[in-house]
Design a protein around this ligand. Structure first.
Ligand code: HEM
Length: 456
């Protein structure tokens, strides 16, 4: 249905330019549009209609109505994740989430936390004084290792390495937008990328099915993801679960559960390096709580300032910076008719920088996260993990992992950017620094100055 009148936005003619900008530089375009056109903005090009929603109450209405607003997922995601939770239809989604939830509850989180502590401490020992690292790359690799080890619940170094390599190949090929090989027809051509992609997918499938098989041969113990799903399969009320779906859920968690956390970590190191007062406060908390011994799962709840730092970092640089929904039917929002099939954009990047809710929005200020300050803001002014039925299942996992990584590395190292060039943002599926983020490492006991430039 064609609406009688549209929300403010660029005219049909200037929409061509607007669409070009949306695809070329989406962050600046969306920031400008949200400030210029207000709470709801519309852009049209031919039959396509895009809406940018820029008010917490309207965002809430969209997010909390998954039966009207369907999640938009790309073919690339569906190809690798199959019918896992992220790409599942609404009908099967609730059942799937119910089966998966135990893997993310208290007992599971306790088990994961101690594994994460050990892995991060090991990673810490591989780092060297004066070393320069690409923090984005290092955090990505660490987060991937963590999600694979914890969710599979197995420690098999060679197998783990192969899984990680395969995921990195898939990510690299899809990120470089060489996605022609995902096209059903083109993927049949023997292009080098198609071959590498198919090989990586086959390797992943084979490893995951092997793990499922191995677990089946023993009594099911533990709270990891695979065990949780296999236990659910034995219970009568999950007859829809199959080996194929277990595989899809595992792939989904691998994909959804590493780059997001890595993005949050990367930006936090960057922001800390730019905000020395916050960094001092952070160090003081770590020194007081952690003492000399290795970091442990119990420490996580005792580091409130570190938690606030992480929340504030995801405000300024939300790892998932945009959620897109398609209305299944014509619907009303903010006094306008939103036609079925249009694109409804909920943008964390713009909402989190809205001065109505976050005065001086560019300022990195963890004190925005005191319980009193949070209570004064509307809920969907901040939504790094989405909301409602389709809220991120990995939120607690991500927060726990983030705090452990920050605490373990932060108590030993200070990180400083090597180059003074401004960082450019790369808004892909997650928000990343374009060309990585090179930082130098300095032991905390030494004197740290802004001029510190490490040996390359
Ligand atoms: C800082 C880290 C993370 C951020 C910012 C994040 C963000 C999000 C967001 C915004 C959504 C909702 C998307 C939408 O509504 O369309 C989502 C969903 C999801 N996330 Fe995360 N995520 C993070 C970490 C994780 C981790 C660690 C896992 C798993 C181990 C995970 C697994 C998922 C899954 C399976 C969904 C789909 C949930 C559903 O449809 O019910 N995420 N995430």
């Amino acid at each position: 249905m064609k609406p009688d009148f549209y929300p403010p936005g660029p005219s049909s003619i200037s929409s061509i330019g607007a669409y070009l900008k949306l695809f070329q530089d989406p962050l600046s375009f969306l920031m400008q549009a949200s400030r210029k056109y207000g709470d709801i903005c519309c852009m049209r090009l031919g039959a396509r209609q895009d809406y940018l929603i820029n008010h917490p109450e309207l965002i809430k209405q969209v997010i909390l109505s998954p039966e009207i607003y369907e999640r938009s997922t790309s073919r690339a995601l569906r190809k690798i994740m199959g019918k896992g939770l992220l790409t599942a239809d609404l009908e099967s989604h609730s059942q799937q989430k119910r089966c998966l939830q135990p893997a993310f509850q208290k007992q599971g989180m306790l088990e994961y936390s101690s594994t994460i502590c050990t892995m991060v401490e090991q990673f810490n020992h591989t780092l060297e004084e004066q070393e320069t690292i690409d923090v984005a790359k290092a955090m990505n690799h660490l987060a991937l290792e963590i999600v694979v080890r914890t969710l599979l619940g197995v420690e098999m170094s060679r197998q783990e390495e192969q899984i990680i390599e395969a995921i990195e190949t898939i990510k690299c090929l899809t990120d470089q937008k060489k996605s022609a090989f995902i096209d059903p027809l083109l993927s049949k051509l023997p292009l080098p990328q198609s071959i590498a992609y198919q090989k990586a997918c086959q390797c992943l499938d084979q490893k995951v099915y092997e793990i499922i098989q191995k677990k089946r041969e023993q009594p099911l113990q533990g709270c990891d993801l695979v065990t949780t799903l296999l236990k659910a399969m034995d219970i009568q009320d999950c007859p829809f679960l199959s080996d194929q779906l277990v595989r899809d859920e595992v792939m989904t968690m691998f994909m959804a559960g590493h780059e997001t956390v890595a993005s949050a970590m990367t930006w936090t190191w960057y922001l800390l390096s730019q905000n020395h007062e916050v960094e001092k406060h952070f160090h003081a908390e770590l020194d007081e709580i952690l003492g000399e011994g290795p970091i442990q799962a119990e420490h996580v709840a005792k580091l409130p300032y570190t938690r606030k730092i992480l929340l504030e970092s995801m405000r300024i640089y939300p790892p998932v910076w945009l959620i897109v929904r398609h209305p299944l039917v014509d619907t009303q929002l903010g006094g306008y008719t939103i036609p079925a099939g249009s694109y409804v954009h909920l943008c964390q990047y713009t909402m989190h920088r809205d001065p109505r809710y976050f005065p001086d929005p560019e300022k990195f200020d963890p004190e925005r996260w005191t319980p009193e300050a949070v209570a004064k803001r509307p809920k969907f002014s901040y939504f790094p993990f989405g909301g409602g039925k389709r809220q991120c299942i990995g939120e607690a996992f991500a927060m726990t992992e983030g705090i452990i990584v920050l605490a373990s590395l932060g108590r030993k190292w200070v990180l400083r950017q090597v180059s003074k060039d401004p960082i450019r943002l790369d808004p892909l599926i997650t928000l990343r620094p374009r060309n990585g983020l090179r930082m130098g490492l300095k032991k905390r006991s030494g004197k740290v100055t802004d001029e510190f430039l490490p040996r390359v």
